[in-house]
Design a protein around this ligand. Structure first.
Ligand SMILES: [Zn+2]
Length: 56
């Protein structure tokens, strides 16, 4: 999280909310997924390195 610029993070969130596969900026291999609804879920996790992002 700390390494991700705020602007980059916001753009990532917008794409995640559209249901796009967003490449994880930490490992550049996984994509963020959620067990919930991508439009409303507050938490996503990278499929590769398991980095988590939280959207409040
Ligand atoms: Zn990752």
């Amino acid at each position: 999280m700390e390494s991700i610029e705020l602007k980059e993070f916001r753009e990532m969130v917008q794409r995640i909310r559209k249901g796009e596969n967003v490449i994880c900026p930490s490992c550049k291999k996984g994509v963020f997924e959620t067990k919930g609804d991508y439009r409303t879920s507050p938490g996503f996790q990278c499929t590769h390195c398991k980095a988590r992002i939280n959207i409040n």
